[in-house]
Design a protein around this ligand. Sequence first.
Ligand SMILES: Cc1ncc(COP(=O)(O)O)c(C=O)c1O
Length: 395
Amino acid sequence: MSRYHQYQKAFADIPKPFAYIDLDLLDQNMAEIVARSNGKRIRIASKSIRSVPMLRRILNYHPMLQGIMCFTASEALFLWENGFDDLLLGYPVVDKSLLLSITQAVQQGAQITLMVDSLEHVCLIEEVAREMDTPLLLCVDMDASVPFFSLHFGVYRSPLHMVEEVMQVVERIATSSWLVLDGIMSYEAQIAGVGDNMPGQSIKNGFISYLKKRSIRSIREKRARVYNELQRHNISIRFCNGGGTGSMTSTCQEDAVTEVTVGSGFYAPALFDYYREFRLQPAAGFAIEIVRKPKPNIYTCSGGGYVASGSIGKEKLPAPYLPPKAKLLSLEGAGEVQTPVRYTGEQELSIGDPIFFRHSKAGELCERFPALHLLREGKIVGEAMTYRGEGRCFL
Ligand SMILES: Cc1ncc(COP(=O)(O)O)c(C=O)c1O
């Protein structure tokens, strides 16, 4: 039976639209990620999962999966209330009331590490720690971008470009009696988050691969230098975090790295089809319903306009997945309430039938649906609430 028929049959009683996880494919992705980790711990990027039961399932899969990289302070508190620990804020928190709430959770035993990239961040957190008489854990975010002439290859986040700048912040933390340096993080977004195997773009792919190779060398050297500097200053840290799904292969080879962050690779959304280094299985998707047939080969569905964040491009649209040969129309794309699909395959499609799509990104799918229906061996075996389903919206 084709995968389309299998899914159609399994989900026949679920009203559309709905989102799902194919647990057999998720298992394959988890096995692949653990196999590629080269003995490094794997921290889960919760922004790419956005479901408490799914986070639990992934953490329980293998002992090398440990800890969570959260995306907001409120989310970290929510996860702690739900029994998770070793929560690293991946991004700075500058709201004092949230810092106070985090500190209260720390007083009650939570292990939450705050991200900083400047003396300003450090002073703000130190003030809260002093006020609350509670030492706080910090992680320093080192910039991993690599300029190429006028091109900024990387993301604009941390202003700590040079090792000396990182050490200045590190030393400031080391001299504070209220702060503890827990780790160093650097996220090589230009390797982890940029595909280098886009269809029909061989020149661009070649250029990106070249830039990625340069970046891999540069970030490896930078992390090794920070490691040496920390040793020279007799400063020990719990972790050195790097990477993302798309950079696992290179990040996990670095001696200085103790853990890699991975999120998207579990669901494997459409954007992650276009990497040379690996192939993951399309574990997550959603179905919309054909409600009209305005012309032969055109099937108009209800909903579907779940466009991903980031720079604007066609690749941010949801990707028609099953049946194969279904395509979006360039003039309409995926619509707010109606999405026409051109289909020229052999499958006979009727009003009421589903068309399965994959989101371009991982976690954003969960902002559109209250639950993920779980499929195992062609049968529904349960559902996992998303953050949205639990009435939570963190960003
Ligand atoms: C700080 C940080 N680390 C790691 C990641 C990797 O996450 P993913 O595996 O979902 O690409 C991201 C993604 O944006 C990130 O911002």
